[in-house]
Design a protein around this ligand. Sequence first.
Ligand SMILES: *[C@@H]1O[C@H](CO)[C@@H](O)[C@H](O)[C@H]1NC(C)=O
Ligand SMILES: *[C@@H]1O[C@H](CO)[C@@H](O)[C@H](O)[C@H]1NC(C)=O
Ligand SMILES: *[C@@H]1O[C@H](CO)[C@@H](O)[C@H](O)[C@H]1NC(C)=O
Length: 398
Amino acid sequence: MAILIALALVAVQISTKVQLTSGSSSLSFHSMAAIQIVQSMRALKTLGPEQCEHLPGLSDHQKAWCRQHHVFMQPIAQGTRLGLEECSRQFHYQRWNCPMNNSMAIQNALRLDTAEAAFLQSIQSAGMMQAVARVCSRGNVTEWCGCDDSPQYRAGQRGSSSGATSLSSANRPAQGEPTGAADATAGKFVWGGCGDNVDTGYAYGRQFLGDGQVFSPTTSQPNEVASQLMAQQNHEAGRQAVRASIRRTCKCIGLTGACTSKICWRSLPTIQIVGEILMENYRNARQVKVKAKKNALRLTPLDRDEGVKTRIVATELSYVRQSPDYCRPNTTLSISGTRGRQCQELSTGDDGCELLCCGRGYYAKRTVTTKKCKCRFHWCCRVVCDQCISAEETFHCN
Ligand SMILES: *[C@@H]1O[C@H](CO)[C@@H](O)[C@H](O)[C@H]1NC(C)=O
Ligand SMILES: *[C@@H]1O[C@H](CO)[C@@H](O)[C@H](O)[C@H]1NC(C)=O
Ligand SMILES: *[C@@H]1O[C@H](CO)[C@@H](O)[C@H](O)[C@H]1NC(C)=O
């Protein structure tokens, strides 16, 4: 069963490669593998190391990682799916509406290297980081990881003054994260309980996606690595969004209700909160190109040429190619167009009929429903209701 599904997905992958010859299809697209795993993992409750070979879309690196960390494949698939669900929520009223149930459309969207691909890469990465962090703290994979204990370590053993310095490495922005220093001066609580294992989620998500690759200008073609560097940038932005919204959750301890002391742990945000952050980043996404700098190829924003001096930073989303307008169907790109989509007649925003329908106009659709209403209780004992007819009008694109 699993193998059949895997083969079906490989077939899909081959056909999309044939259709879209532009771009660097010879390179592996690591977040594309994630969406395929979501599909195939549905048929598998648990996955043994021997099944890693048969998961479609995995690169050699990912197959090797999977064999060693097979217990994390289910959370990775679940997290990716959670990310995709959030994507379709965020894009519900956009011309491109993140058709999460159409695996081919998602893969093609990723392949286009647009801002929409950037959002997909970041939300998938965020979802898998969260799912790994949670599977650790729920105690399902105790031979690998458990509860988060790093704040205890920072605040306790290191002492309050060095707490802040332990956060200073590049991948750990202090923003939104409880630091030993700040909290120890506030006093009145101890780290404890069982926090979500954010650091393991971060590390394993990054490893699975194969991020952190460096490309040398002497051995790689800039055009070929653009997609890879873009994916790495956006995966990192997804993880940064999770880190930036980690909260401290506390519980009172002691016998009285006075809450004189508390025990606190780090907890993950909901995917909706991460989705909001990434949607904001998507609106400010920057177009990039690849440039050789010192010994490595790096992304550099195009607006730098127009005098904007800022570099691209880890939290930003980046894209290589301009998006199509998504107005009309294009079967090659699995774009369905906006005909028939529901829009808001009076809105001037993205969900408004003018923008969503690309100026083609719209029509009203009336749906009449009959419901029980004005129900009364008659002594004794029955309820009598009227039949009410209600008409709802919705608007849809031509
Ligand atoms: C995708 O499919 C799932 C389950 O089949 C369904 O619950 C969900 O609403 C679908 N999502 C969209 C955006 O159509
Ligand atoms: C974790 O373990 C519980 C209880 O054994 C199980 O119900 C749950 O599905 C497991 N979760 C994952 C993600 O494996
Ligand atoms: C679909 O997109 C491709 C690639 O951009 C383009 O070459 C083709 O003309 C488009 N087809 C239609 C029907 O617009």
